[in-house]
Design a protein around this ligand. Structure first.
Ligand code: SF4
Length: 328
């Protein structure tokens, strides 16, 4: 696909661990994930804590090495790239982290925090150029020039996240991996940061991988959404199909938890029993079966295969036949 910016093929991230009985086993944080993101697209990734979504972000920009699988960025397979080769790619793939409090060095001024990547990647020749670019980036994220002299502790959570975004933009990336960028912020501030990310995407033709634990957060910003459960996607679809016609019982449960603003609209709340199981000892068959209200005998024994419901919608669930229709 020519407009494909990022393609992930069968990506695995296994961590070796020892059980209480000293038996060696693996935490399968990512267990064969595959997907594509087109240039200019926003792909939202949603799931509960421990489903592997943050590991995915860190693995794609190779802050942790994948166990196996391919990461194809701009047509090049970067999965085997070592430190030096990654330096060039890192300029194009930037991360915005969940916790703006922890991701900014408290001893550095905002100017120095934003200038750091410009200096590391030798993007400006003189200090005047650096100063001008820092001010331009601050304005781009809705901050004022005088903020450059301040320190992170003098800012609110939303302002700190704006600084994190400015730092990511400094190297003119193509892809931004935003790992729960608004979950540490108050609800009123969340929408401001989401609007800023939306505006920047249009202005700079950015592509986002937008990670969140809540389907309501990714709804407005995403073009396509993938729902993850225990190291893999259970359903991926364009936004309209996923929110209007969710097929996987897990997606249906997550969606049922979103409050509907219209009191006339009644939506059945599906309560998910228990917590996400440990990835050290994942359930057999469909990993969701212990929590699924539609669980059948086959679900306990056999992992469901991918069913392509239409061009932009696939699901892993035994409820659907190969034609994508609900089995009788
Ligand atoms: Fe539920 Fe079975 Fe579908 Fe898994 S495969 S989600 S257990 S119905």
């Amino acid at each position: 696909m020519s407009d494909c910016l990022l393609e992930i093929r069968d990506l695995k991230q296994y961590y070796p661990v020892r059980t209480k009985e000293q038996r060696k086993t693996f935490v399968k944080a990512l267990d064969g994930v595959s997907f594509q993101v087109k240039e200019g697209e926003v792909f939202g990734i949603v799931g509960e804590s421990g489903c592997g979504k943050s590991t995915m972000g860190l693995t794609i920009c190779k802050l942790i090495e994948p166990t196996s699988g391919d990461i194809i960025f701009e047509g090049r397979n970067i999965s085997g790239y070592k430190r030096n080769a990654m330096r060039e790619v890192r300029k194009k793939i930037q991360m915005v982290f969940q916790d703006p409090y922890a991701s900014l060095n408290p001893r550095m001024s905002i100017h120095d925090i934003i200038a750091e990547p410009l200096i590391i990647h030798k993007l400006c020749r003189t200090t005047q150029e650096i100063d001008a670019r820092v001010l331009q980036l601050l304005r781009q994220v809705g901050l004022d020039d005088y903020h450059a002299k301040r320190y992170p502790h003098e800012f609110s959570g939303g302002q700190r996240q704006r600084v994190g975004i400015a730092r990511a933009l400094a190297v003119e990336p193509k892809l931004i991996i935003a790992d729960e960028p608004v979950s540490a912020l108050d609800v009123s501030i969340q929408s401001q940061v989401l609007n800023l990310l939306s505006d920047l995407r249009k202005e700079l033709n950015l592509t986002y991988l937008f990670i969140a634990h809540d389907l309501s957060v990714v709804e407005h910003i995403s073009d396509k959404v993938g729902v993850m459960y225990l190291g893999n996607f259970v359903e991926v679809a364009d936004k309209y199909s996923l929110y209007e016609k969710p097929l996987h019982p897990y997606t249906q449960a997550l969606l049922s938890a979103i409050p509907v603003p219209d009191p006339e609209v009644k939506r059945e709340r599906i309560i998910l029993e228990g917590n996400i199981p440990s990835p050290i000892n994942a359930p057999s068959g469909c990993k969701f079966h212990p929590r699924c209200r539609h669980c059948m005998e086959i679900c306990k024994q056999k992992a469901p295969e991918r069913i392509d419901v239409d061009e932009n919608h696939f699901v892993y669930c035994h409820l659907y036949g190969a034609d994508g229709k609900l089995k009788k």
